[in-house]
Design a protein around this ligand. Structure first.
Ligand SMILES: [Zn+2]
Length: 126
């Protein structure tokens, strides 16, 4: 399982977006005011070609722009971890992608959960 897209989860929760709404562009607002996402619900999936099975999108100009605050992202992260019991930084794998390149993908131990894959606040103190 790969790490969940917490920003997308937060945007769906806060703005009441459908479950298949997906962000395509991410950005930060000035002065730490939060984040903005531009996304949409896919208009279908490719039925042929190299992108077969991948979502198909409307033109970028038609994407919906939503804003979420850092607090809303934090809330979404806590909710996701409560529901799954997994570390939201690595999706429970205990590993994070270190780099991707011609030699494949390399991983390192997830710093948020020290490689346990467990949600931080569920591990208890000490
Ligand atoms: Zn982790």
């Amino acid at each position: 399982m790969s790490a969940p897209d917490i920003h997308a989860i937060a945007a769906r929760r806060v703005h009441g977006l459908p479950a298949d709404w997906q962000p395509r562009i991410y950005g930060c607002l000035d002065r730490d005011l939060g984040f903005y996402l531009r996304g949409a619900v896919p208009i279908g999936t490719y039925s042929r070609g190299p992108r077969k099975g991948r979502p198909k999108w409307a033109p970028l100009g038609q994407l919906e722009r939503v804003v979420i605050t850092a607090d809303e992202v934090k809330q979404a992260r806590i909710c996701w971890e409560n529901e799954t019991g997994l570390c939201s930084h690595c999706g429970g794998s205990g590993q994070q992608v270190k780099s991707t390149g011609i030699n494949g993908t390399t991983y390192r131990e997830c710093g948020a959960c020290s490689g346990t894959g467990k949600a931080l606040h569920l591990r208890g103190v000490g």
